[in-house]
Design a protein around this ligand. Structure first.
Ligand code: NDP
Ligand code: GDR
Length: 330
């Protein structure tokens, strides 16, 4: 019997890392994760959800730790999901964002190149690229050949990682693929992101625990999908004989206002405006006004399509938060 395939995931403590690790464990992989910091607060959660996963200490800014993690895990596939991923924060810590989200990708690719030595196609690599790279969009909808025009230090950092991934593929023949993923959400989304901020607030308002929701730009439009669907696309990319880049999105766009309205509708509140207050603090120095992905290539080549609709996504997030608050977890 062939040995189980193995995978190393950076960013395993994040939203996507958890879903991807669960998917790979279910597929029979020997799963390894990179975990950073001397006392990571997510360690307990990872151990509880993923008891069979092997964790390796390391940080994307520390190349020797990446080489060690590769040596210890000896993976067939590497998924590079680790990043400073909150766009608003990237203006406050632009240099840190560059070190982790941009140079961290180079550190991982270079570590992999050294690890694989004379068989560079041996390990398949996935880079978590982002629709934020499209920024001031030059095509509607956005596809794999749309010109990149990032609008934040985060977006700029992701462009670096994206092109470095393509460069390592072209220079060394590495099986390095880049998924240009549009926003994807879930009950595991960090509370700093708008969807979870809204789902938590609406749940708390519904339960009488909070009476207002303070927001920034309600006019921004995003192509929102469910994270569980999107990690399948990551895996599918690495199963292809030839590495390539793919846009992953739903092909629908909705405003932040619509997200808020749909979330309140889930708890039977129609006059939602009375709960929502605007605060300049949440407005960004430069905004990405509208994103909408054309995932035709992923549909045709990978056979991928999203399963969860916008309304289902909003409802499942609000409902999960209602249940979590009721259970008194938070
Ligand atoms: P999260 O913010 O939930 O997770 C980020 C992960 O990166 C965490 O595990 C975090 O670890 C880790 N990390 C942060 N800094 C470092 C570091 N210096 N070294 C190693 N790991 C580090 O992000 P998501 O799960 O939502 O996203 C996964 C990836 O996909 C990210 O690269 C993100 O930029 C990208 N992406 C996400 C999209 C989305 O809509 N979710 C869309 C497109 C791209 P810790 O817990 O220790 O902080
Ligand atoms: P985004 O996600 O920047 O698209 O990046 P986020 O949920 O933070 O913002 C989406 C839009 O909502 C507007 N907005 C607010 N955002 C936040 N966080 N808080 C608010 O109060 C608020 N009010 C309005 C924002 O201005 C923005 O237009 C996410 C991250 O996961 C990235 O890592 C990933 O690459 C991209 O999605 C695709």
């Amino acid at each position: 019997m062939a040995p189980a395939p193995s995978a190393l995931i950076t960013g395993i403590t994040g939203q996507d890392g958890l879903y991807l690790a669960e998917l790979l464990v279910a597929k029979g992989y020997d799963v390894h994760g990179l975990i950073r910091g001397q006392n990571n607060p997510k360690l307990g959660l990872v151990r509880e959800l993923l008891p069979t996963v092997t964790l390796h200490n390391g940080d994307l800014t520390d190349m020797s730790s990446l080489i060690r993690a590769l040596r210890e895990s000896d993976p067939d596939e590497v998924y590079n999901l680790g990043a400073v991923s909150f766009v608003a924060y990237s203006w406050e810590q632009a240099a840190l964002t560059t070190d982790v989200t941009a140079k961290g990708v180079l550190n991982m690719l270079e570590s992999l190149r050294l690890h694989c030595r004379d068989d560079l196609g041996r390990v398949r690599f996935y880079q978590a690229s982002s629709s934020e790279m499209f920024g001031k969009v030059q095509d509607v909808p956005q596809h794999e050949r749309t010109l990149l025009w990032p609008r934040s230090p985060y977006g700029v950092a992701k462009v670096f990682g994206h092109h470095m991934t393509i460069n390592y593929r072209e220079s060394y023949g590495m099986h390095a693929s880049s998924g240009i993923l549009f926003n994807h959400e879930s009950p595991r989304r960090g509370p700093e992101f708008v969807t979870r901020k809204v789902s938590q607030a609406v749940a708390r308002i519904h339960l009488g625990l909070q009476d207002e929701l303070v927001m920034g730009n309600l006019d921004a439009e995003r192509d929102w999908g469910f994270a569980g669907d999107y990690v399948e696309a990551m895996w599918l990319m690495l199963q292809q004989p030839v590495a390539d880049d793919y846009v992953i999105g739903t092909g629908e766009t909705h405003s932040v206002r619509e997200f808020v309205e749909t979330a309140f509708a889930h708890v039977g509140i129609d006059d939602w405006e009375r709960f929502v207050r605007f605060d300049e603090r949440f407005v960004r120095p430069a905004e990405v006004d509208q994103l909408i992905g054309d995932a035709a290539k992923a549909r045709d080549v990978l056979g991928w399509k999203p399963r969860v609709s916008f309304t289902e996504l909003v409802s499942l997030m609000v409902q999960a938060d209602i249940e979590a608050f009721r259970a008194g977890w938070k």
